[in-house]
Write a protein that binds this ligand. Structure first.
Ligand SMILES: NC(=O)c1ccc[n+]([C@@H]2O[C@H](COP(=O)([O-])OP(=O)(O)OC[C@H]3O[C@@H](n4cnc5c(N)ncnc54)[C@H](OP(=O)(O)O)[C@@H]3O)[C@@H](O)[C@H]2O)c1
Length: 297
């Protein structure tokens, strides 16, 4: 099958490309390819320019598209809401229109930030209330995908992390790196979250894309909901690291964009539908640890 992945240099998109052996794969990203060499075609295409991603999908003749590209810097989006809108809504719109024209199946990746964080964890039936430019742009991107692409699922993930070589720095990797250097780690004690090991989330998104005809929203994070102090503590224990994890309250840190506090995603639907079930946190951290151990020294 001809499968395209946007955001292919990203945490989730990169994992997806690595898992697509046996398919004809178009990897779309901004600028040069940062992935390990593999059997895919790379194309530099900007989700914000209104044309190039759609043109690449059409030329490739995509039959299935995992749309994982997005402006993901939450405070950066708050600083530049026009860019957030252009990439996260306009970019999703052009991907969805191209899928419609091609008759291609689409899975568009979204976020727990569509919820306000008053009463999480949330199911797919809970009503979103996005706060902040990133959150609003992702919620509108969801609607664009569902409205414009007839064969579409929206897969929401949360707090994505990866231990793979070259994967971008995240809270989880910073916990490992800081504690390894003997530095203390600040962690929000009042942010309740779901987490998503990128490999685990990518496996579910691809299964959804290629092996199901599910339409609508589905929560595709891992299974455990926990606060960030607990997340950091579990990472430290799994890596055999000691050191100080300092609980911090969100309101005491100057962040530009609002953060949902009681967030988290209920994943019963994904657990019932998919072979790649949402992982419990300790199972996810075992895999994270194995990815980390395989990094070149
Ligand atoms: N990361 C999280 O914690 C998190 C949480 C909830 C939901 N999500 C959602 O999950 C999906 C995948 O994100 P991720 O975790 O893989 O984050 P990521 O590593 O930041 O990946 C996003 C990718 O999109 C690319 N991108 C950004 N602007 C672009 C543009 N104008 N044109 C083309 N590509 C562009 C980025 O390119 P560069 O690599 O060049 O920056 C990056 O590779 C997104 O829909 C995101 O909203 C992520």
């Amino acid at each position: 099958m001809r499968v395209a992945v946007t955001g292919a240099n990203g945490l989730l998109g990169g994992e997806a490309v690595a898992r697509l052996a046996g398919h004809e794969v178009l990897a779309l990203g901004r600028g040069p390819c940062r992935l390990a060499p593999g059997a895919f075609t790379w194309r530099d295409a900007d989700l914000g320019d209104g044309r190039s991603v759609a043109a690449a999908l059409r030329e490739f003749g995509a039959q299935a598209v995992l749309h994982a590209g997005a402006a993901t810097d939450v405070d950066g989006c708050e600083r530049d809401p026009d860019l957030a809108w252009r990439v996260n809504v306009g970019g999703t719109e052009q991907v969805a229109r191209a899928c419609r024209a091609l008759g291609a199946r689409l899975v568009a990746v979204s976020t727990d930030y569509v919820f306000d964080g008053e009463r999480g964890p949330y199911s797919e039936d809970d009503v979103p209330n996005p706060r902040g430019a990133y959150a609003r742009s992702k919620r509108c991107g969801e609607e664009a995908a569902l409205l414009l692409a007839p064969d579409c699922a929206v897969a929401r993930v949360a707090v994505v992390y990866s231990g793979r070589p070259g994967a971008k720095s995240t809270f989880a990797t910073q916990v490992v790196e800081k504690l390894s250097r003997g530095e203390r780690v600040n962690a929000f004690s009042d942010q309740l979250v779901s987490t998503t090991l990128a490999a685990s989330g990518a496996a579910r998104c691809l299964e959804l894309l290629l092996e199901t005809s599910y339409r609508g929203v589905i929560h595709a994070s891992d299974a455990t909901v926990l606060d960030r102090v607990e997340f950091a503590g579990r990472i430290a224990r799994r890596f055999g690291l000691e050191g100080e994890i300092v609980p911090v309250r969100t309101a005491d840190v100057k962040l530009l964009a609002p953060r949902p506090l009681r967030a988290g995603l209920k994943v019963d639907r994904a657990a019932a539908l998919l072979r790649h079930r949402p992982l419990a946190i300790d199972e996810a951290l075992d895999r994270f640890h194995a990815e980390w151990a395989a990094r070149p020294a």
